[in-house]
Design a binder for this molecule. Structure first.
Ligand code: GZL
Length: 312
């Protein structure tokens, strides 16, 4: 089952009795919900008393939750920081209280001594892989791309935009004609894609949509269908996360490619804390998780099945 799958290989470190606060962004996407369920399972498996706080995607709620954890005197704090700035004060308070902080799945612009380690993917690479896939797919044909950005000011939105631009830089035939935030949600992704379609000759001028996460891509797919076009054919669809629903779309030919992001950021975080507490081992400052491209050639139906049990 999930527990065995997650702790296969290295025996999960026993952290019985440790109280750890987790300031989670919210549940804006299928991937975020999976990260939450995997983190809770990893905590249970290791005997951790996890204090969970959902911020509904508001930084002020995260800061409030973190201050609450500090007042409670927790042993450590996990934070998935909704945006990259505005953390220095509260993290300084945690440091002064000698509570180690670990960042999950997003980075921040702050002095590195304010957190023990950051567990995240290489988000620039994710964007570059998506861009390079599109370059190969269109093979020299003129291609106008529309971009659905993640949450404004978040490290994945900044990095995935940069990476995609790097990935298509060599292809003069590919142009990003429209780019706007869909805030990582299906509903906003659909709404923004509807606007993109309206302002581009009903979509006739759009060759591809690049979405910073699969949930916005799924919303865009609905908008493309509503406009009477075939997603995956009339308009190519490439995104990031590799959640089960994108594999359903890929298997149906309605999406073309996704870049995998593991929801298990907590496993490496808890292992780092165990080593830090057991023998003072300072972890690497940046623990980078793998990013892997999946297309219709990679058994999408099987990938769907493989993920269904993994906390999504
Ligand atoms: C990326 C993570 C992003 C996911 C989205 O590491 O922060 O946030 O790609 C989620 O699905 O909303």
């Amino acid at each position: 089952g999930l527990v065995t799958a997650l702790s296969s290989g290295a025996l999960a470190q026993d952290l019985t009795g440790k109280v750890i606060g987790f300031s989670q962004i919210g549940s804006e996407s299928g991937w975020r919900a999976a990260e939450t369920s995997v983190t809770k399972l990893q905590a249970e498996e290791r005997g951790i008393d996890l204090k969970f706080a959902d911020a509904q995607q508001k930084q002020e709620n995260q800061i409030k939750a973190i201050r609450g954890f500090i007042a409670q005197g927790v042993d450590a704090i996990l934070i998935a920081p909704v945006v990259a700035t505005g953390w220095d004060d509260v993290l300084t308070e945690a440091k002064e209280a000698e509570i180690p902080v670990i960042l999950l799945d997003r980075g921040i612009d702050a002095p590195e001594d304010l957190y023990l380690t950051s567990v995240a993917s290489d988000q620039v690479l994710e964007g570059r892989v998506a861009g390079e896939w599109l370059v190969n797919e269109v093979a020299g044909e003129e291609c106008n791309v529309v971009e659905l950005q993640g949450t404004v000011g978040s490290s994945p939105a900044i990095n995935r935009k940069q990476g995609f631009e790097e990935g298509i830089a060599s292809a003069a035939n590919i142009t990003i004609t429209q780019s706007q935030t869909g805030d990582f949600t299906r509903s906003k992704g659909k709404e923004v894609m509807e606007a993109f379609l309206k302002s581009s000759n009903g979509g006739a001028d759009i060759c591809a949509v690049y979405a910073h996460n699969d949930d916005m891509a799924v919303g865009a797919i609905q908008a493309i269908k509503d406009a009477g076009l075939k997603p995956g054919e009339d308009i190519l669809v490439v995104s990031i996360d590799a959640v089960p629903d994108i594999f359903t779309a890929i298997a149906a030919g309605e999406a073309n490619a996704t870049v995998e992001l593991t929801p298990n950021m907590a496993g490496p975080a808890f292992d780092a804390l165990a080593a830090y507490w057991a023998n003072g081992t300072e972890p690497e400052k940046f623990i980078i998780t793998e990013s892997k491209l999946y297309t219709a050639a990679d058994d999408p139906a099987g990938e769907y099945e493989r993920r269904k049990g993994l906390g999504y």
